[in-house]
Design a protein. Structure first.
Length: 425
């Protein structure tokens, strides 16, 4: 039994002493129905429970940080005001030291507690939480919800820019969708992420969020961009065009890379270095979203020996369009060409992208490509497959565009098609 009174409270770093052993970790709040149990989070991340009667003493090593209600946020009129839209993901989650559970960072106080350096350059004056989801659970309706929240914030004259926190795995789909839905912007819309949670020593969350806040509040960029680590080092980030990024690594800090393009800026804490041209800020302009979307579209990867009868599914289920990721320049096997022609004759739009990371599709180089063009396939130049999928749904969502889908798919709305590729790309 505890032999001396302890002033330890949930959140404190403590030692729990037994007759022969000592355990060190963070004291957690005990369940309401089990007050005889003492819970501890160990340094390796695991929780362990002890019977209170077996504990000799609990020694406080370090008191918990101030509670969110005790934090004082001072508004600095000399700093830019930004809004943060929280949708989920590791970067927007906090470990609750009282309960051991994970909760969303959904108040200015919670952000200040976990990311105090965020407030060095900007004021966070508004936080919106349209939903909290893993990115794999999102769909076009969620993209529309985010766009609607952004529309309101972009038209708020007190806000200089927006930061959106998001899960990593399907972040590039959301970045593409917002690029099309929000159109010609007046202020920065910055999506960011973290591969590793804030409680880990190797976390990328703090730098990503600091750099994102600087782009949103201090840059003249009026585009949808993704801001994240530029390398595995914890030194600077890139601001990357929303229609040009792809997650290229499962766990590295610099998971996102630009395909067929270049970063807009390098972003260091306290410094923004411009690299390429961009659409410039116009705080006085009003924004109106265009988030029409036809969800009867699909992204399909062709592989050798694939049975073309798989395409019958899309006929049967009355799909409007497909993006097929083909070979390097944009080829499929001979038996697929006849089936593709059947789909296009029924009004299903078929677009071609490349299985290659870099470069363009071109249907005019070989006879297979020319046959596919004759079958009605639209070759999408150097567009990323995921961006093409999102764009096709957006284009087909406009009833008045359906007579000129090819022209719209090849129209460069927000940098999704390059005028030319860089050497080596």
């Amino acid at each position: 039994m505890v032999s001396e009174k302890s002033n330890a409270v949930p959140g404190d770093k403590v030692e729990i002493h037994f007759v022969k052993e000592i355990y060190e970790g963070t004291l957690l709040e005990s369940p309401e129905n089990e007050k005889r149990t003492v819970l501890l989070k160990l340094g390796n991340g695991y929780n362990i429970g002890f019977n209170k009667k077996d504990i000799i003493k609990i020694k406080v090593l370090k008191k918990a940080k101030l509670s969110e209600s005790e934090l004082d946020i001072k508004h600095d009129s000399k700093k830019s005001n930004i809004a943060i839209v929280v949708t989920g993901g590791t970067i927007a989650s906090k470990y609750d030291s009282r309960t051991g559970a994970v909760k969303p960072l959904d108040t200015p106080e919670s952000l200040l507690k976990f990311y105090p350096e965020l407030y060095e350059k900007v004021n966070v004056t508004k936080i919106g939480v349209p939903f909290m989801k893993f990115s794999e659970d999102m769909n076009y309706k969620d993209w529309q919800k985010i766009a609607k929240v952004c529309e309101e914030l972009l038209n708020d004259k007190t806000i200089q820019g927006i930061v959106i926190t998001h899960g990593t795995d399907f972040l590039h789909y959301t970045a593409s969708a917002l690029s099309f839905f929000l159109g010609n912007l007046n202020k920065p819309v910055v999506l960011t992420y973290s591969q590793r949670s804030i409680d880990r020593a190797s976390s990328d969350a703090n730098l990503n969020l600091k750099c994102s806040a600087e782009v949103a509040g201090l840059s003249d960029i009026a585009e949808v961009v993704l801001v994240g680590h530029a390398s595995s080092e914890d030194n600077f980030c890139y601001a990357m065009p929303g229609t040009r990024v792809r997650k290229m690594h499962t766990s590295k800090r610099d998971a996102f890379k630009i395909v067929n393009g270049n970063p807009i800026t390098k972003v260091y804490p306290g410094k923004i270095e411009l690299l390429t041209g961009f659409n410039k800020r116009d705080n006085g302009k009003k924004i109106k979203i265009d988030a029409k979307y036809d969800d009867k579209v699909a992204l399909l990867k062709f592989y050798p020996g694939q049975n073309p009868e798989i395409l019958d599914y899309y006929i049967k289920n009355k799909y409007s369009g497909l993006v097929i990721e083909m070979s390097g320049l944009g080829h499929v096997s001979e038996d697929w060409i006849k089936k593709i022609k059947e789909l296009t004759s029924k009004g299903i739009v078929i677009c071609a992208t490349s299985q290659c990371i870099n470069g363009r599709v071109d249907g005019l180089v070989y006879s297979t490509g020319r046959k596919l063009i004759e079958a009605g396939v639209i070759y999408l130049d150097d567009m990323i497959s995921e961006t093409a999928f999102v764009k096709l749904g957006w284009v087909l969502g406009h009833e008045d565009w359906k007579k000129n889908v090819k022209e719209k798919m090849l129209e460069n709305f927000c940098g999704e098609i390059s005028k030319r590729l860089e050497i080596g790309e």
